[in-house]
Structures are given as structure tokens and as C-alpha cells.
Ligand binder design. Structure first.
Ligand code: MN
Ligand code: MN
Length: 319
């Protein structure tokens, strides 16, 4: 481990609106070796079914992340003092071929996870979680999953295609990448194709907390309750920005009304502290529909919060 840790470029060293727009203004490097965690972009949107634009997500999240400062004042965590972190750039997906992109993503994450570096992904549409979980499987075995989303993403197929942004968790369960009894989906809502849409996952032991079950309440008690179940093995956090209400996060491809608040999103992620997290993603940010930049700003903040709950972020933290 390097003795000098990477730190984000400070706002008093270079104006926040200037300089290269890496995630949180961290150093950029190709090689994940020696890193405890990395930010990595997957500029993919050919798996989307409605509005496109998530290919621009990683770049816009990086741009908005320039405002972030290195310490978490709410939780007392200074992740860059405890961990070596860098932005390792984007995965060069094939914009003409989804199947090939999935292969490229799996290969890229294989290389990252093999070094022991924890990937925090800037999406990109939700298709990307399938190849990421395939790579996780190879190095960690099946994982527990916290999945925040308006949608279950458990479709059998979309337009006859097995791989799309509405199918990753169906495929992942079928392939044994996830332990369904250690999976929870939070924020599901909206219109569906059949009233039985959530049954396939429920029958396999997945716990579903609909958006309605989250309305008007803090989600901290839910997260505390999940601890013992999730602690049983490695955990992956997959956060679709459309889990949050379009009032807070309009810049996404398939918005649904009545969603979580940005405060509830913070409660979910902060509630992951202490869990054996092996990776996380923040997906479906579509900048063309994000006229204020607030969706990407929210995404950037949530990715920082994810970094702050990694087990390594707590090393040496003062009580
Ligand atoms: Mn999704
Ligand atoms: Mn969704």
C-alpha cells in the first residue's frame, strides 16, 4: 500500500469549475493495482427501452462531482485518509453491439476485482450490472444484493432479448450469481404488465419493499433490520437513480412517480455501513433529461456516500 494516498484536488488549489473532470477530481489511472476502491464509468445505453442518454451519465456525474469535498460531515468518515482511491476511467463498450459490450464489461471487471479493488460504477444503463455480477461471482461467489429501483428488472425478456436493462436480475438469479434469499429490492412501483409482476422473484425468496411501503417514513430502521441477513456473505449494492422520485432525479430514461426522496436514498446507503460490500453501482442517469444537472449531482453524492460505507473506509476512523 502506498504511503501517500490520493486526495481529490482541493477547491482552493484549482477552482471547482476548472481542471480535468475526473470523479471528485481524483487522480486518473488505468491500472487498478494498489487501489482499495475505484470509480469506473460504463457509458452504455443501448440496453434501454424508453429514453436513451445514459451513455452520457459517467461524464456528467464526473462534471457535477467537482463540487464534492473529501469529508463526510454527517458520518465522520474521511474515506481518502483511509483508502487509496482513483478514477480508472471508462470501460470501452461497443456502441453497436450490446452482447459484445456485456462481454467487454465482464472482462474489465474481472481485471478490477482480481486486484482486490472495489469498483464503484458510474452508469450507464442497468444492463451493466449483469456482467459486473458475473465478474463478482468468479472472485467472491454468489452475492447478496441491495437493489434500489422503481423497477424490478426481473423480466424474462424484452422484445425477445434475454439481455436488456429490464432483465439483469432475472439472469443473475438464473445464473446463480445472486443468493435470492439475501436480496432485497427497495422502491418498486408504477404500472406493470401483470399484477403478478413481482411474484417470480418473491417465489425465489427475494424480499420486496415497494415504494408505497417507504412513503412517509425513515428507511434507517429497515436497513438496521437487514443487517443480520446481509452480513452472511458478500454484498453488492445496485442503485438505479429512478428509484428516487423524478422530482429529485428527472434525468433518467424510465421515470416513475411516487418514488423515494434523496434523504431516503442517503438513509439506505448510510445504512450499508458495516456490511461486507464488494461493489456498488449507480445507474440510469440520462443527462439529456437532466436540465438542471441535479440528477447527476445527486448521483455523484450517492457514489461518494457509497465510498464512505465501504469496510475499508472505516479503517482508522476516530469514534
Ligand atoms: Mn433498473
Ligand atoms: Mn429503473
Amino acid at each position: 500500500m502506498a504511503t501517500t494516498r490520493n486526495q481529490p484536488l482541493g477547491g482552493n488549489e484549482m477552482p471547482r469549475f476548472a481542471g480535468p473532470a475526473s470523479m471528485m477530481r481524483l487522480p486518473v489511472q488505468d491500472d487498478p493495482h494498489g487501489l482499495d476502491a475505484c470509480f469506473v464509468g460504463v457509458p452504455l445505453d443501448i440496453g434501454t427501452s424508453n429514453r436513451g442518454g445514459a451513455r452520457f451519465g459517467p461524464r456528467q456525474i464526473r462534471a457535477e462531482s467537482a463540487l464534492l469535498r473529501p469529508c463526510n460531515l454527517a458520518t465522520g468518515i474521511a474515506p481518502f485518509d483511509a483508502m487509496q482511491v482513483a478514477d480508472i476511467g471508462d470501460v470501452p463498450i461497443n456502441p453497436y453491439n450490446l452482447a459484445d459490450s456485456v462481454r467487454i464489461i465482464e472482462q474489465a471487471y474481472d481485471r478490477i476485482v482480481a486486484t482486490g479493488c472495489i469498483p464503484l460504477t458510474l452508469g450507464g444503463d442497468h444492463t451493466l450490472t449483469l456482467p459486473v455480477l458475473r465478474a463478482m461471482m468468479r472472485h467472491h461467489g454468489p452475492v447478496g444484493v441491495i437493489h434500489v429501483d422503481a423497477h424490478a428488472d426481473m423480466n424474462e425478456a424484452m422484445f425477445g432479448e434475454a439481455i436488456a436493462h429490464g432483465t439483469p436480475f432475472r439472469r443473475a438469479i438464473e445464473e446463480g450469481l445472486i443468493e435470492p434469499a439475501r436480496m432485497i429490492q427497495i422502491g418498486l412501483r408504477g404500472t406493470g404488465y401483470a399484477t403478478s409482476d413481482f411474484d417470480w422473484a418473491r417465489e425465489r425468496g427475494v424480499r420486496i419493499v415497494t415504494a408505497e411501503q417507504c412513503w412517509y417514513r425513515s428507511l434507517s430502521p429497515l436497513m438496521a433490520e437487514l443487517g443480520p441477513m446481509l452480513n452472511d456473505g458478500p454484498v453488492y449494492l445496485s442503485f438505479d437513480i429512478d428509484g428516487i422520485d423524478p422530482a429529485f432525479a428527472p434525468g433518467t430514461g424510465t421515470p416513475e412517480i411516487g418514488g423515494l426522496s434523496s434523504i431516503q436514498a442517503l438513509e439506505i446507503i448510510r445504512g450499508c455501513a458495516g456490511l461486507p460490500l464488494v461493489g456498488a453501482d449507480l445507474v440510469e442517469v440520462a443527462p439529456p433529461y437532466d436540465t438542471s444537472g441535479n440528477t447527476a449531482l445527486l448521483a455523484a453524492n450517492l457514489l461518494f456516500e457509497m465510498l464512505c460505507v465501504l469496510p475499508q473506509a472505516h479503517r482508522g476512523a476516530s469514534p
